[in-house]
Design a protein around this ligand. Structure first.
Ligand SMILES: O=C(O)CNC(=O)[C@H](CS)NC(=O)CCC(=O)C(=O)O
Length: 327
């Protein structure tokens, strides 16, 4: 796992050495990641595509019922040949009242996450578990944490949501996520058999700098945006923002969504999506389908070809360059 501090002013030097070291570590552990460079492909001689799945669900304040739904969706994903399944933010629990989430928040080695790790191991599938209520640094806060679990049930990576949803939604409700949640500060990328993954959560989607950093400093190939978008903002912005992130980073985007009525106060916007690096939607669960999975193949030849033919990494100008020339 590679973790670096999230900063507002992005240095543009790519961390080539870190990437190469991570890559070599991965090879030596016997888990060759897919890479988009010709050299890496010929070294690893791996198949050039891998099947992944995205889940949509309506989580409630019933931990056992949510786990049962996740188990069922894992079975569907493995039957469809997927090697990874991505769940939405708050997959394991959506509180009915303010502060409910704090009461069930646990450490990542607690019983709730252990149950999901066992599910991954028993089903031999990687899981992206976005938006887990992780116990915070004091009793009145939690972290909104996105966890990657491998097919042996080991936690490979954790990312704590950086941008908190303190928003008065026009025509909707007022949210203050920061009341109970502490913001993360670290940007997180991790190697996997599905390429190099960049982890984000929900409202992060509106802050493209984070995705630029993941692509151009962390060299990721697949971006995750597990979410519980509001109905109003989702209808207006969800698809366009996700496709923009895919196009401008030339990454696959996997965006799992909560859908439907989670409780009397809360309705989420569905439309879970898998988007390819050209911005084409290759997997979708429409809002009206509250629970299910969609699958798509991550095609590393396509990713490689798009990046080679339109080399935006080489054309990108450092922030200092355009600041100076504007004077
Ligand atoms: O509160 C919880 O239980 C867990 N957190 C969430 O569901 C978060 C914060 S309320 N939701 C979002 O970030 C929605 C973003 C959104 O809808 C947008 O950007 O338009």
């Amino acid at each position: 796992m590679s973790v670096c501090r999230y900063v507002a002013n992005y240095p543009l030097k790519p961390k080539i050495n870190t990437k190469q070291i991570n890559f070599m570590k991965f090879i030596s552990s016997g888990n060759a990641p897919r890479r988009c460079s010709a050299t890496a492909d010929s070294t690893t001689a791996m198949a050039n595509s891998v099947r992944v799945a995205v889940a949509q669900m309506t989580s409630t304040n019933d931990l056992a019922a949510n786990f049962a739904t996740c188990s069922r969706l894992v079975k569907e994903a493995t039957a469809a040949g997927a090697k990874l399944l991505s769940f939405p933010e708050n997959f394991s629990y959506v509180g009915a009242e303010d502060g409910d989430s704090l009461k069930i928040a646990e450490a990542l080695d607690g019983p709730i996450m252990k149950q999901y790790c066992s599910l991954a191991r028993e089903s031999n599938i990687w899981l992206s578990l976005g938006g887990f209520q992780e116990k915070g640094s004091d009793d009145s806060h939690l972290c909104n944490t996105h966890v990657i679990v491998d097919d042996n049930g080991n936690i490979r990576s954790k990312y704590r949501k950086i941008h908190l949803f303190d928003v008065d939604v026009p025509g909707g409700m007022v949210y203050k996520e920061s009341r109970f949640t502490e913001a993360g500060k670290d940007i997180v990328a991790v190697d996997s058999p599905f390429g190099r993954l960049g982890l984000t959560v929900c409202y992060d989607l509106r802050f493209p700098d984070l995705y630029q950093q993941l692509r151009f400093q962390e060299q990721v190939q697949v971006l995750f945006v597990p979410s519980a978008f509001t109905k109003i903002t989702g209808q207006a912005h969800w698809e366009i923002l996700l496709r923009a992130r895919a196009i401008e980073t030339q990454c696959y985007v996997i965006a799992a969504a909560q859908a439907g009525k989670n409780n009397n106060k809360r309705e989420s916007y569905g439309d879970s999506l898998i988007i390819d690096p050209w911005g084409t939607i290759v997997g979708r669960l429409p809002d009206r389908l509250s629970t299910g999975i969609a699958v798509a193949d991550i095609d590393f030849s396509l990713l490689d070809s798009i990046r080679t033919k339109m080399p935006i990494d080489k054309h990108r100008k450092p922030i200092d360059f355009w600041k100076a020339s504007a004077l």
